[in-house]
Structure formats: structure tokens, C-alpha cells
Design a protein around this ligand. Structure first.
Ligand code: CU
Length: 169
């Protein structure tokens, strides 16, 4: 094998590597510059109404608690309504709810078709038809205090994790 070719190949490889490294450095530099500019703008004297006494530190931090508050308030469901989210392979909902007429608002946020069934204390009800991906529906059940089994009736999904114990108080 002619070693000159090998050497040349090696050299070429090395150059490519160096080019990449250089480009990366330039990219990082410009990102850094942008961040610096961003900071400069962000901390400028944009007036922040309602937060005058606290100063810069908390002005920067204030958007976070506001967002968290908004998120917590989002599931603003009427009394007797319980939100349920179905994914692979999980049922996301409270594990304890109050007795009475209950409407389960069920959303399939997964990719497969899922169902929702509640069983216990002489009750056995499921949402029909089952929910295809992206679909929502509701199931109304009058619940007495006690424990219920909640699960997805699609074959195999229960054992894969779509099952939980619901306490009704
Ligand atoms: Cu399922």
C-alpha cells in the first residue's frame, strides 16, 4: 500500500476535524455574544410595574412563580368533574376523589387507542366507544364511598400499567 496516500488521507481527516473544531468555536463565541447582549437588554431599565421595591434580582425571577401559578390553576374543573389522561401505559388522575355524581373527563394523549373502565361497589362502567389517539370523552358515574379499580380495558394495557386503585370518600 502506498503510504503517501495513507498519510494524505490522514492529513485530510485531521484538517476536517480542525475545521469542525474552528466552526464550533465560532458558533460558541457568537452564542456567547448573543447571550451577553440578551442579558444586557434583559437587565436594562425596562420598568417592571408592581415590582419596584424588590429590584433586579426578583424582577428576573418573577416570571417563574407566575407561570407555576397559572399551571396549577389550569385544571379548573367543575365540582364532580375529574380529569383523566391516558398515555402508554399510564392513567393519570387523582387517586382519591369525593363521592357523588362524577364526570370523568378523559383524554387520550397517547398514540394507541385506550379505554377507561371503573369497577367496584356494584358498579362497572366504561367509556364507549374507546378513545382513539387524540380523542376525548366523558363518563358519568354515581360513586359511593369505597375503593374502585380503574383500568384500560384494551387487551394487555392493564398489566402494562394502565391500572390504579381509586379511593372515593
Ligand atoms: Cu390502553
Amino acid at each position: 500500500m502506498p503510504s503517501a496516500t495513507v498519510r494524505q488521507l490522514y492529513k485530510h481527516k485531521k484538517e476536517t476535524k480542525m475545521k469542525k473544531a474552528k466552526m464550533y468555536a465560532v458558533l460558541m463565541l457568537s452564542l456567547g455574544t448573543m447571550a451577553a447582549f440578551g442579558n444586557a437588554f434583559g437587565q436594562g431599565d425596562t420598568p417592571d410595574p408592581g415590582d419596584t421595591k424588590a429590584g433586579y434580582g426578583s424582577a428576573v425571577a418573577s416570571p417563574q412563580p407566575a407561570d407555576a401559578k397559572k399551571e396549577a390553576a389550569a385544571p379548573d374543573l367543575a365540582k364532580g368533574t375529574v380529569g383523566v389522561k391516558l398515555t402508554e401505559f399510564r392513567i393519570e388522575m387523582p387517586s382519591s376523589i369525593s363521592a357523588g355524581a362524577t364526570t370523568f373527563k378523559i383524554t387520550n394523549a397517547g398514540t394507541e387507542t385506550h379505554g377507561f373502565e371503573i369497577e367496584g361497589n356494584g358498579i362497572e362502567k366504561e367509556i364507549k366507544p374507546k378513545l382513539k389517539k387524540g380523542r376525548s370523552g366523558s363518563l358519568r358515574v354515581d360513586l359511593k364511598p369505597g375503593t374502585y379499580k380503574v383500568y384500560c380495558p384494551v387487551d394487555g394495557h392493564k398489566t402494562m400499567g394502565m391500572s390504579l386503585k381509586l379511593t372515593v370518600k
